[in-house]
Design a protein around this ligand. Structure first.
Ligand code: ZN
Length: 195
């Protein structure tokens, strides 16, 4: 088994160093990588990137496999959870600017001007991770909603601070966990200042 090389400076390929043939690289995407993108919806994780580069005199054909976990926030309870991510992508850089896009959503074709030194992969790696994230972030083991703020207020409340504007817990919330129903019932029993 050949040992893959680390990518140049983490996330780029130094083309003049690549002889014609196949090359194997790897890199790891963790918090410092995602910190390079201020608008990133994700910040923590560990994604291993494996790259196979087929170099010809006029082309670099890069096949990437990204595999690892990203830390996401549950849409319902806001707890952090680990999402297993796996995606395969392909980037073709070619000196022939007329090369057509392949009929394949996993492959992107770019023009490679003659004399180009570096292929910078930072943005592509970031895009691949973000595109591989689920639209709905709800792990199967979600324990239910976090204690709603209005319930926390009731639990912390003293008699001289009756609840005023707290909206009632919805039926949907109450169905998720019997403890919330109990708290919602407690909330209904409390006097309201506007009564
Ligand atoms: Zn959850």
């Amino acid at each position: 088994m050949e040992t893959p090389y680390m990518l140049e400076d983490g996330y780029r390929i130094d083309l003049p160093k690549l002889a014609v043939g196949t090359h194997h690289f790897r890199t790891t995407l963790e918090a410092p990588f995602f910190a390079l993108f201020p608008d990133s919806p994700v910040h923590k994780g560990n994604v291993q990137v494996d790259l196979r580069v087929q170099r010809s005199p006029t082309q670099a054909d890069i096949r990437l496999t990204l595999e690892g976990v990203m830390v996401l926030e549950c849409d319902r309870c806001f707890r952090a959870y680990e999402y297993a991510l796996q995606t395969e992508q392909r980037l073709i850089y070619d000196q022939d600017s007329s090369l057509k896009e392949l009929d394949d959503s996993q492959t992107e074709v770019f023009h490679l001007p003659a004399g180009t030194r570096f292929i910078e992969l930072k943005q592509d790696l970031y895009d691949f991770v973000v595109l591989a994230l689920p639209y709905r972030r709800l792990p199967a083991d979600c324990p239910g909603p976090a204690c709603p703020p209005q319930v926390l207020r009731i639990l912390e409340q003293t008699d001289d601070e009756p609840t005023t504007d707290a909206p009632a817990a919805t039926e949907d919330d109450a169905l998720l966990d019997p403890r919330w129903s109990a708290l919602a019932a407690l909330q209904k029993k409390l006097p309201h200042s506007d009564n």
